[in-house]
Ligand binder design. Structure first.
Ligand SMILES: [Zn+2]
Length: 321
């Protein structure tokens, strides 16, 4: 996935450089048509550069005043441009990014990706793994202060203290995968308690660690499973199976189509567990509700402590506070 994105970007940058060349050419034709003297000056400047270089190469010229003469020439060109209603730098090469001159790379001799290409690369990567195009939520941007420091009913800890523990669990899992204690995680609890945020943070951390990650809503999963069922071809189901870590968000929110959802969900969880691949599932349902909705077979896979860490979110909906 990473290589394909990079290849696309490099091709687009090459296209951009070609468009730049065309624009430079267009400007030159336009400006010299308006003021032929500019063309003469540019020819002179070109000859001056060649002569200067030749002189240096022949060893005839030392401590040349070429830069100073160039400045004079450039000043005259700029003056003529403004006289004819153009910007003084109208004939300077155009770039979308001046830093890398639209090559996508900076630095000599060791090349590094330019900031412009890096941000485009990550925007696409995040979008392709299901995190959306904007910068994803991260452990660093997770703010414990939004959770009330108030004891949760029936618990000894406050909501904030619980969230700190949960954040540490999620972060630890994402940092240790695939050597985390369990291959799977089940995040349960009502909405508005930060489950999706932490899933995004886990996905982001795993991506940064170089894993092939896929995040998908349960609703979208049903669409993919349905398509596979009716077409008789796996299609996108394969990418769900192949991802190092699959994050399935909001299980239980999708309409239930028993012969599709349950069969495909079981296959997915089962095959991924057999292959030792990580799966993170978030749901508003309790374990009992999961059992009622998705059968004992699936529920037992997700409550097997050797395979899956159960994380319970509790407290008040922070979106309402
Ligand atoms: Zn750049």
């Amino acid at each position: 996935m990473r290589n394909a994105i990079l290849r696309d970007l490099q091709a687009e940058y090459e296209q951009q450089r070609m468009r730049n060349d065309q624009e430079n050419q267009r400007r030159l034709v336009q400006a010299t048509a308006a003021c032929p003297e500019i063309a003469d000056l540019m020819d002179d400047r070109q000859s001056m550069i060649f002569a200067g270089l030749r002189g240096i190469l022949d060893g005839r010229v030392q401590g040349d005043d070429l830069p100073a003469r160039m400045d004079v020439m450039n000043g005259r060109i700029a003056a003529l441009l403004t006289q004819h209603g153009f910007a003084a730098d109208y004939l300077e090469p155009v770039y979308r990014c001046a830093k890398c001159k639209d090559t996508g790379y900076v630095g000599e001799p060791v090349k590094d990706m330019c900031e412009c290409m890096r941000s485009a690369f990550y925007a696409r990567l995040y979008q392709q793994v299901g995190l959306g195009e904007k910068a994803p939520q991260t452990f660093e941007s997770f703010d414990l202060n939004v959770f009330p420091d108030k004891q949760v009913e029936g618990q000894t800890l406050t909501q904030r203290q619980m969230m700190q523990m949960i954040r540490d669990m999620c972060q630890g899992w994402a940092d240790q995968y695939p050597r985390a204690e369990t291959s799977d995680m089940l995040l349960t609890g009502p909405s508005g308690l930060g489950k999706t945020f932490l899933m995004h943070a886990m996905a982001k951390r795993l991506l940064d660690r170089g894993f092939n990650v896929l995040m998908m809503s349960a609703y979208r999963f049903l669409e993919v499973a349905r398509k596979a069922y009716f077409s008789g071809q796996n299609g996108e189901l394969d990418s769900l199976m192949e991802a190092d870590v699959l994050l399935l968000d909001d299980l239980g929110s999708e309409p239930l189509m028993e012969n599709i959802t349950i069969v495909q969900l079981f296959n997915l969880i089962n095959e991924r567990q057999t292959a030792g691949k990580g799966t993170v599932i978030s749901t508003n349902l309790s374990v009992k509700e999961l059992r009622d909705r998705y059968t004992e077979r699936i529920a037992s896979r997700l409550t097997d402590k050797r395979q899956c860490t159960l994380v319970r979110f509790m407290g008040e909906d922070v979106r309402r506070i």
